[in-house]
Design a protein around this ligand. Structure first.
Ligand code: NI
Length: 181
């Protein structure tokens, strides 16, 4: 299937599920799907700059990446509607809420390490877009933790996508002004 068709199908599917939960961007009235399209935009550009990059796989995972964590969607549903690879990718990007908060990210990164570079690239793209500016309600402590976590993601997924890694380094540097450390 063409990339454009795949994109439209995935964003409509995801946008509806997030909208059903009334989800918006944090501290905002903007629909949550704007976050999804921002992550997909990073992936499309990274795909155009990366040899052998499976953009069809990565863009679907980018658009669907928060469905299991935030909406009433199951891994089986993703497999049936999209594919097994897409479902496995989204599962790896989903925090295990039964683990304690402190080890959730580390567990996520460990699972991502077993998967193709395209799935790891979605993790970077997600954080790159979220580093643009913090939600108004976040404390300095929270912003600082977010930055430390971003550095961990970058270190743990090193080598997955040079273009996105460069972008993420830049975003981390710029975000320091919010966390001041
Ligand atoms: Ni996200």
């Amino acid at each position: 299937m063409e990339l454009q068709k795949v994109y439209q199908r995935a964003i409509s599917f995801a946008a509806e599920k997030h909208a059903r939960r009334g989800q918006t961007l944090p501290d905002s009235i903007i629909p949550y799907s704007v976050h999804l399209s921002n992550v997909a935009m990073e992936i499309l550009i990274a795909g155009s700059k990366t040899k052998g990059f499976d953009t069809i796989l990565a863009v679907q995972v980018a658009l669907l990446h928060d469905l299991l964590e935030d909406t009433y969607t199951s891994a089986i549903e993703l497999e049936v509607e999209f594919s097994k690879r897409v479902s496995v990718g989204v599962q790896a990007l989903t925090k295990d809420k039964y683990l304690s908060r402190e080890i959730q990210m580390k567990d996520c990164l460990n699972r991502l390490k077993e998967l193709p570079a395209e799935i790891k690239a979605v993790k970077l793209a997600d954080r790159i877009t979220n580093l643009q500016y913090p939600p108004f309600s976040w404390t300095k402590e929270r912003k600082k933790n977010y930055l430390v976590e971003a550095e961990l993601i970058l270190a743990e997924l090193a080598g997955c996508n040079r273009y996105l890694e460069r972008r993420m380094k830049r975003e981390i540097k710029q975000y320091r002004k919010y966390a001041r450390y």
